[in-house]
Design a protein around this ligand. Structure first.
Ligand code: DUC
Ligand code: ZN
Ligand code: ZN
Length: 469
């Protein structure tokens, strides 16, 4: 205690981190946690957190905001996306700066900075998406960008405009190994998907539900195994994103059994949605088209078990927002279309943490410490933002969500803060929601009302990934 008043004291909080649970007052000064203790002294402002849990603000390490598309337009930019995230207890975003083929990576990064600056109300970093690994990209741009704080990049094994071939993926992994970066892999077999798609379309099976039929678990399983093999060959860790079910999980467990450093991520859609949800009346199933597709209840159970057994390191939203009733969204050009042309992705920034809290902690499937680890601590560690982000620790940023663990909420799109005209979770009841969220000590949401301001968020260069993991 140095006599200088704190800017804010969060009093009587039940603080929960990935490792600990203790009662303390949290003293905040200049946006940082300055003290954890009791009788901390004067403060300009005090918030009474009696009966609430103080958890680290969430780190959503997989979300797409204002990402240019070949067809259509994402509904959320950095302003609406960060607003929505804040109201669901998230305080850090790591979206993607995507390289278009023929574009330099540096240009993609500059473009993303323009999109985020002055808009994000939360702090953010960027992953890169590498679609064109030319010698200049591999030998010059990536090493330079890694040094500048862009230390993770995603590669796709599918989508014509994004996918890399096996040799290109090996090249990218090799750069990651030499320069200390983490590669995220979208693991689905492109040729299998296009072969299955052509057959379905030839049979006149073009409704949204055939999206799931065209991307069965086997295509994800095969690609997951291939990615693991590449990681082993190059001797560099990778992270498999958006793992959807038992077959891919089996490959990841197999890799862990061999001592390979394979990190894995899953998302709410694989716990709460199934392929049957794509079979809604008329064209409505388009709302749930995302890749990999949601599977079935047995696979949902497998994902829950893998979460509880620590197979997954992180839990992200994969927020990829398209409006349903929109010519730039799920109805390209204003029309319904065949499943293979429906923009891929669903919204989920705001509902990510409450859905896992409710079904996971409330449902007795994971501990509250695992919840914190999956949603905040491990993503911060894996992507080089720890300990500034991802925990409640003296010296860290005062990014804190005060949760009412007993608050019952029925999810309604009308109450969410994104710019999407639906939520896949409409009508679902959850227990537990953050009632106040602080970003660097600033109150950005209270009782599901947004109180932050556009542009208050800062870009953060990332350090070496996995250093604390
Ligand atoms: N992959 C993602 O990571 N997000 C949206 C669509 C996709 O295929
Ligand atoms: Zn993906
Ligand atoms: Zn994604």
């Amino acid at each position: 205690m140095d006599g200088i008043p704190y800017d804010l004291i969060i009093a009587h909080a039940e603080v929960v981190t990935a490792a600990d649970r203790f009662r303390a007052d949290i003293g905040i000064r200049d946006g940082k946690i300055a003290a954890l203790g009791h009788d901390l002294g004067p403060a300009t402002r005090t918030v009474d957190a009696t009966g609430l849990l103080a958890l680290p603000g969430g780190v959503d390490a997989h979300c797409h905001l204002d990402q240019p598309q070949e067809v259509g337009r994402m509904a959320d930019d950095f302003e609406s996306g960060s607003r929505s995230a804040a109201c669901g207890g998230t305080t850090t975003l790591i979206p993607f700066a995507a390289q278009a083929r023929g574009q330099s990576l540096r240009a993609a990064v500059e473009d993303y900075h323009r999109r985020a600056a002055g808009k994000s109300c939360l702090d953010y970093a960027f992953h890169l998406i590498v679609t064109d690994p030319t010698p200049a990209v591999l030998d010059e741009e990536l090493p330079e960008l890694i040094r500048a704080g862009y230390t993770s990049f995603k590669v796709y094994m599918t989508y014509d405009d994004l996918k890399l071939n096996d040799r290109q993926i090996l090249d990218v992994l090799s750069v990651a190994r030499d320069h200390g970066a983490l590669v995220m892999v979208h693991a689905e077999n492109a040729d299998c998907i296009s072969w299955l798609t052509d057959r379905l379309v030839a049979q006149g099976r073009t409704e949204p539900r055939y999206h799931a039929v065209s991307r069965p678990s086997a295509v994800e399983r095969e690609a997951t195994h291939r990615a693991i093999t590449f990681s082993e060959l190059v001797d560099v860790p990778i992270l498999i994103v958006h793992v959807s079910g038992a077959e891919a999980i089996e490959q990841i467990r197999w890799a862990h059994g061999r001592g390979l450093r394979i990190y894995a991520e899953t998302c709410p859609q694989y716990l709460y949605l199934t392929a049957q949800d794509l079979d809604l009346e008329g064209y409505e199933g388009a709302k749930l088209v995302c890749s990999p597709p949601p599977r079935d209840p047995d696979n949902q159970e497998a994902v829950w078990r893998a979460l509880s057994g620590n197979v997954f390191s992180i839990f992200s939203s994969d927020h990829a927002p398209y409006r349903y009733d929109d010519a730039e969204g799920k109805k390209p050009g204003g029309h319904t279309c065949h499943f293979q042309h429906i923009p891929n992705g669903i919204p989920g920034l705001e509902t990510r943490m409450p859905l896992l809290f409710s079904g996971g902690v409330g449902g007795g499937r994971i501990s509250i410490h695992q919840f914190v680890d999956l949603t905040a601590t491990q993503p911060a560690k894996l992507y080089g933002l720890y300990p500034r982000k991802g925990s409640i620790v003296v010296g860290g940023d005062a990014d804190i969500a005060l949760w009412d663990p007993a608050l019952r909420v029925t999810i309604r799109n009308a109450d969410l803060h994104h710019d999407v005209d639906y939520t896949p979770y409409e009508g679902m009841a959850v227990t537990g929601w953050p009632v106040m969220t602080f970003s660097r000590g600033r109150l950005v949401s209270r009782h599901r009302e947004f109180l932050g301001s556009a542009g208050a968020g800062e870009f953060m260069p990332c350090g070496t990934p996995m250093q604390h993991a």
